[in-house]
Design a protein. Structure first.
Length: 365
């Protein structure tokens, strides 16, 4: 890897709408369970946003943020479902802007995975997903669609440059995309076009409700929940061809993963998506990008930008580290709680990280 490849990570990137990213680093959405009751941003949320805001990212995404109180998946999850959240969200957006980065709220609804013990109301696409829980009615699906759009309006009012739709990991948008979890017979089920309708109506609704400078990202994952890669590829090709979004974020757990079965078996997962004509839409990926070298490789493999997850928790200023050292590599995992504390993470965030395999030294205080 020559250092000129790393230099390319610091070239700006324009979007179909709104301002230009100053470089190719995006902070991935990172749930950290440090908000207050009913989704209000806490002092810890503000500290974290200040930290990553100063970290040199071209764009910072918030953690998954609830568009409805009943769509909650995590204790102490950040919310954007009430106008009263605007003040705290505004402070977060301002911190990111001060550091020179663009900002996006990740919009989230847990769908069938909403947690009743946290006030969530499980909202499955199908009658068969959860015993005794009926599928959402068409009107309820439309209400959730409108909640995503209202949340995007709030994000814009709060000063964010855009939103990123959480279409990954079996949450509501990927649930509706799945032929296994969605056996509906209304306009939101059946054909691929119908299963993608909720996502597309939300994108189009946000485009209509927000200013022409507002940016829309869409996060997609490709595994589990009955998702079919061939279908996801086709719907992505349609969304890119119609230039409905500003950026696609491929949520791979390993950006080097190879497709195991089906029409694309043996190919790199990333290439299935980077080979799609993308017109003006930008494409990025997440998944074990822990070094300057790996980040630069992803640009060579066809990404326009990279998403930094765990490496950004280890060093909230990952892009600045790469800028200072083109051979930068993340600290080795697992790390101690003290290491994270010293870098400024709250106890709530550190406790959240205890749930992640091989991140913290077991029993580390
Ligand atoms: C602590 C933690 C919290 C996460 N929270 C979210 C989230 O809120 N929304 C989301 O889409 N992905 C979430 N992810 C997935 C990351 O955004 C990212 O896609 C994944 O960690 C792979 O990137 P990495 O290998 O650089 O960590 C989370 C991952 C971690 C480690």
């Amino acid at each position: 890897m020559n250092t000129s490849a790393v230099t390319q990570l610091f070239e700006p990137l324009s979007f179909l709408h709104g301002p230009t990213m100053q470089n190719r680093f995006m902070l991935a959405p990172l749930t950290n369970q440090q908000s207050e009751h009913d989704g209000f941003a806490s002092r810890h949320d503000q500290d974290w946003m200040r930290q990553v805001g100063e970290g040199g990212y071209g764009l910072v995404q918030t953690c998954a943020t609830t568009v409805e109180a009943s769509g909650i998946a995590f204790a102490r999850q950040l919310g954007i479902h009430r106008d009263e959240h605007l003040a705290g969200l505004g402070e977060m957006a301002a911190s990111i802007r001060r550091g020179g980065g663009l900002s996006a709220v990740q919009l989230h609804h847990a769908g069938h995975r909403a947690r009743p013990e946290l006030g969530g109301i499980p909202a499955p696409a199908s009658n068969s997903t959860l015993p005794g829980v009926r599928a959402l009615t068409t009107e309820e699906v439309e209400r959730i669609r409108d909640s995503f759009i209202a949340a995007a309006r709030r994000a814009e009012l709060a000063g964010f440059d855009g939103v990123a739709l959480h279409g990954a990991f079996g949450w509501i948008l990927s649930e509706f995309m799945s032929p296994i979890l969605n056996d509906r017979t209304d306009k939101y089920g059946g054909s691929l076009e119908n299963r993608a309708r909720l996502t597309i109506e939300i994108i189009e609704g946000i485009r209509h409700a927000c200013s022409p400078r507002f940016q829309i990202g869409w996060r997609l994952s490709v595994e589990r929940y009955g998702l079919r890669l061939e279908e996801l590829r086709d719907i992505t090709a349609d969304i890119l061809d119609r230039e409905l979004i500003d950026y696609l974020d491929l949520a791979l757990w390993d950006s080097a993963q190879v497709v195991q079965a089906g029409a694309y078996a043996g190919r790199k997962m990333l290439s299935v998506f980077t080979k799609i004509p993308r017109k003006g839409v930008r494409v990025g990926a997440a998944g074990k990008i822990m070094s300057a070298r790996r980040a630069a490789q992803l640009l060579e493999e066809g990404c326009d930008f990279v998403l930094i997850g765990r490496a950004g928790i280890l060093r909230p200023d990952f892009p600045l580290q790469v800028k200072a050292d083109p051979c930068y590599d993340s600290p080795r995992l697992p790390v101690t709680a003290q290491f994270l504390r010293a870098s400024g993470l709250s106890e709530r965030f550190i406790n959240h990280m205890r749930g992640w395999q091989n991140f913290l030294v077991p029993g580390s205080l």
